[in-house]
Design a protein around this ligand. Structure first.
Ligand SMILES: NC(=O)C1=CN([C@@H]2O[C@H](COP(=O)(O)OP(=O)(O)OC[C@H]3O[C@@H](n4cnc5c(N)ncnc54)[C@H](OP(=O)(O)O)[C@@H]3O)[C@@H](O)[C@H]2O)C=CC1
Ligand SMILES: CC(=O)[C@@H](O)[C@H](O)COP(=O)(O)O
Ligand SMILES: [Mn+2]
Length: 382
């Protein structure tokens, strides 16, 4: 039986991870969980899975939970220390990191030190400090297993292959909520419209990232670190159906793709069962005849400026991706709170990148400082 610690248990990936754990009670046990402040979903997860350790974002939520569950043998904690305690919970074998944002970095680093296998949904961690996370995983002999659908697809396509014969990674992109709009039509789009992703039901931040194409930008950097592939060999292809989750090209020009109905529970389960493949209890068979036609388009980097920023930041390296990520997190939060317009997200990111003097090979402390100062800079502009 694999024992799991789950960060972000009340979120989109978190809840789908709980579905998988519930579907395989003989194989998985939830030992520890962490969430922010969504009490309704948090209480349900505690009642359904009886974890031994629970951490929440703040003291207020912690006090409330303790008063509800204090009589049970659950240890409670809160804040970043609690998140780290959950990530490193002694009994757990595997950490599913499904929190949103760079707050996931420190718990991941500590979980690696504690020799936990890492099932990583939290892509911001690899974007902000990919060199530290991958080096740390190597040093401690820990596996970093992708949960993100594209990276899981690539990982699946690479099974049994020699990575030296890999010539290109092709990440597919749905185009997000506004893929059929021109740039001038984006001027007055609303938060409500931006949150309507055509194919996936996801948390708010990643849904906005999909609409700006920053999600694909973050995924390009994520692929760079996970598969050790130069940026020139990571291509993004518009594919509006989200049926092909990504592809790899080999030096004999064979291209292998992973296909499936869009359902994050498949890559989550694969990360949890790897190297085995379990039956998927909620299977929706992919019938290509029902879909009929799949579409592909070359990516336009002027239409999707965030993707261009991500390629540029990734290639510069050092602290540039940290700035990209922190500026994006702040700008998206501001958009979601109605403080800025949609197109201002990319303007703010561009200004943050332009003012930054890159630092190479940053330490964890430097990453944290730059993350902090970039957020303050973007806030000052807002
Ligand atoms: N959703 C998807 O389909 C996909 C998501 N991903 C990636 O997975 C990650 C999670 O995304 P998603 O599930 O959509 O996000 P959600 O916003 O749905 O969920 C985020 C989770 O993180 C928790 N959280 C946020 N801040 C803190 C904190 N400081 N301390 C503790 N918990 C915190 C939230 O708690 P609460 O709500 O209780 O406050 C919630 O449980 C992201 O990095 C995203 O890019 C990747 C591929 C697909
Ligand atoms: C499900 C998943 O992995 C998301 O990251 C998804 O890729 C979002 O879709 P697009 O970014 O392609 O719109
Ligand atoms: Mn993805």
């Amino acid at each position: 039986m694999k024992k799991i610690s789950l960060l972000g248990a009340t979120g989109s990936i978190g809840k789908q991870t709980l579905d998988i754990i519930k579907a395989h009670p003989e194989q998985f046990k939830l030992s520890a969980l962490a969430f922010g402040s969504n009490m309704e979903s948090g209480i349900k997860a505690i009642e359904d899975f009886s974890p031994k350790f629970v951490s929440v974002k703040d003291k207020e939520t912690y006090d409330e939970l303790k008063s509800l569950f204090g009589h049970k043998s659950i240890t409670f904690s809160y804040g970043i220390d609690g998140l780290i305690e959950a990530a490193t919970y002694d009994e757990a074998d595997i950490l599913v990191n499904a929190v949103i944002g760079s707050v996931g970095l420190l718990p991941t680093m500590k979980a690696i030190e504690s020799k936990k296998t890492i099932a990583l949904a939290n892509k911001e961690t690899l974007v902000t400090a990919g060199h530290l996370v991958t080096e740390h995983a190597k040093k401690h002999g820990v596996s970093l297993l992708p949960v993100d659908s594209e990276h899981s697809a690539i990982f699946q396509c690479l099974q049994g292959e020699n990575e030296k014969s890999l010539t290109k990674i092709i990440l597919t992109a749905s185009g997000g909520s506004f893929r059929d709009k021109t740039r001038s039509e984006l001027i007055d789009v609303t938060v409500e419209d931006a949150l309507k992703h055509p194919n996936w039901s996801m948390g708010a931040k990643i849904t906005i990232d999909s609409a700006t194409m920053m999600n694909k930008g973050l995924e390009v950097i994520e692929a760079f670190w996970l598969f050790n592939m130069p940026y020139e060999k990571i291509e993004v292809l518009l594919h509006k159906e989200s049926i092909i989750h990504s592809m790899v090209e080999f030096h004999d020009r064979s291209v292998i793709a992973q296909l499936g109905s869009p359902d994050m529970r498949v890559p989550i389960q694969y990360a949890l069962t790897y190297p085995e493949r379990y039956p998927f209890p909620h299977s929706k068979q992919l019938n290509l005849w029902e879909i009929g036609t799949l579409h592909f388009e070359k990516m336009d980097l002027e239409r999707y400026r965030c993707l261009k920023f991500a390629y540029e930041s990734g290639k510069i390296g050092g602290t540039m991706p940290t700035v990209l990520n922190a500026a994006n997190e702040e700008a998206v939060a501001a958009f979601l709170h109605g403080k800025i317009k949609f197109l201002q997200i990319e303007d703010l990111i561009e200004q943050a990148l332009t003012q930054h003097d890159v630092i190479n090979q940053p330490t964890l402390e430097t990453i944290q400082e730059i993350d902090h100062s970039t957020r303050a800079f973007v806030q000052s502009l807002i």
